[in-house]
Design a binder for this molecule. Structure first.
Ligand SMILES: Cc1ncc(COP(=O)(O)O)c(C=O)c1O
Ligand SMILES: N[C@@H](CCOP(=O)(O)O)C(=O)O
Length: 466
């Protein structure tokens, strides 16, 4: 399997090289040259597989033998052994044909664990094999950071630097990152927003000359192909549990950087019968405006009660555009260059038509989201986190068919977001799981930095281990 850039001008890479490259040298994102295709018979034969067995079936064609099968199986087994539920991604029914896919049973309580615990193990494996040391640089609006740190904290070959927007993540999210005191882990609280963090990461990938000789940057954000690949698995898992491929399923996904829903789109391209993909956004609604009104223009980023989705520039939308524009790298290069210059992007008529066939979208402000948490609690005693609530309501508002099961992705545990949950009338802070019960007593360490690329890079230079 070869990996190509969405902008068509970077070298074509193997799986391992694409994973280590992060952003392509032309500024694009790596995608597989062709997608594996699974027949309906093959998918049907996977009914009843464990999550780990299914993960191997879905991911092996992307790895394409670069990692021996037994080693890949072991990486998968180690990854999901740290999850708190045997089913790994349990399904809970909340209404007729409405299901919640709990993706928060991993060590850091968000869906990011599915891919980032795997990526941590994968990087450790590849770097040991190559006897190579790297520097990880990542941006987080709250969840990627702790999952990436958890995945890499024990890796000797990695120094990890995570930028989060200062005072813009929940206290639980911040502490999950800043209480990890291993000497290869560095948290930077940037005086800016998530887009500033993400821009710094992308700029640093573009010019890595600030790094010590012999080191390279590796990405843990969903610009890294391994993130998307590992997330495709749970779409198949949920689909199979609900009768696919004999019956179609629909998915609703609270969306920010477009990695999660893009994985759902790929699952459908690979053979899973998906009837509908619903994009739910908070007030940072660029994706909803794009689908509903062909308005993909930058607005001021606002601080919401679903802070992990306080994102304006969605990295993975570029991967989607690549497909919507028939994989024309030159066209994507122009679109993205113009978007950077003008802050505006209009889809062509044919791209918009295709996008609307694939996706519906809905936007919720904080008040509406809080009402959804309260309503679902009242009717089912199921406590949603604010991001999941956005997906649930987006599904209810834009659902095309009631007879098809709608799977709403529960992307985080409500204990991460006590402020939103309390606003919904829940009488207490939802308890943290046992392994995090003492989170508020643990010592924290992080550096507050001005929103200046050179200052951040200097901090990194000063702290990368020899
Ligand atoms: C809890 C939660 N829900 C939803 C999202 C959106 O996912 P994506 O960025 O893959 O669209 C994120 C982060 O991005 C998140 O942390
Ligand atoms: N919501 C994310 C933002 C980063 O997205 P990623 O999926 O590209 O890593 C977070 O919690 O950090």
């Amino acid at each position: 399997m070869k990996y190509i850039s969405t902008r068509g001008q970077a070298p074509v890479l193997s799986f391992e090289d694409a994973i280590l490259a992060g952003l392509a040298t032309d500024g694009g994102l790596y995608v597989p040259e062709t997608l594996p295709q699974f027949s309906q018979e093959e998918i049907a034969s996977w009914a009843g597989l464990s999550y780990q067995e299914l993960a191997f079936k879905v991911m092996a064609p992307f790895v394409d033998g670069e990692i021996p099968d037994d080693d890949l199986r072991e990486l998968i087994a180690n990854t999901y052994s740290t999850f708190r539920h045997d089913a790994i991604a349990p399904l809970v029914q909340t209404a007729h044909n409405e299901f919640i896919l709990e993706l928060f049973q991993g060590p850091t309580l968000a869906f990011k664990d599915f891919a980032l615990q795997f990526l941590g193990n994968l990087l450790d494996y590849v770097l040991k094999k190559r006897d190579q040391r790297v520097v990880i640089m990542g941006a987080t609006s709250g969840d990627t950071g702790s999952a990436a740190i958890e995945g890499c904290r024990h890796s000797d070959n990695v120094d990890i630097f995570i930028l989060h927007p200062h005072n813009r993540v929940s206290e639980v999210q911040r502490r999950q990152m800043t209480t990890v005191l291993e000497n290869n882990v560095f948290n930077i609280a940037l005086k800016g927003n998530f887009d500033d963090c993400q821009n710094m990461v992308k700029a640093s990938f573009g010019d890595q000359s600030f790094l010590p000789e012999g080191r390279q940057l590796v990405a843990v954000n969903s610009i890294n192909w391994a993130r998307i690949m590992a997330q495709i698995v749970y779409y198949f898992y949920a689909g199979l549990a609900l009768g696919a491929p004999h019956r179609p399923v629909a998915f609703s996904v609270p969306t920010g950087n477009f990695g999660d829903i893009f994985a759902g789109y790929l699952a459908s391209r690979m053979g899973l019968p998906v009837d509908q993909l619903v994009i739910g956004t908070n007030a940072n609604d660029i994706l909803h405006r794009c689908i509903s009104a062909n308005d993909h223009s930058l607005h001021q980023l606002v601080h919401s009660l679903s802070p992990s989705m306080d994102i304006m520039v969605s990295s993975n939308f570029e991967r989607m555009l690549f497909d919507l524009y028939d994989r024309d790298g030159a066209a994507i290069n122009k679109l993205m260059t113009d978007f950077k210059a003008t802050g505006n992007l209009k889809l062509s008529d044919s791209a918009l038509t295709k996008a609307r066939e694939l996706f519906t979208s809905y936007r919720l402000d904080d008040d509406e989201m809080v009402r959804v948490i309260a309503d679902v609690w009242e009717h089912t005693e199921y406590l949603l986190d604010p991001h999941t609530a956005i997906g649930v309501e987006a599904a209810r508002k834009t659902r095309r068919r009631q007879d098809i099961p709608m799977v709403c992705l529960a992307t985080a545990h409500p204990a991460k977001f006590p402020e939103a949950v309390r606003k919904a009338g829940y009488p207490q802070d939802p308890p943290l799981p046992h392994h995090m019960a003492d989170l508020f007593e643990r010592e924290e360490r992080y550096a507050v930095q001005d929103n200046e690329l050179s200052a951040v890079q200097q901090f990194m230079k000063d702290n990368i281990r020899q």
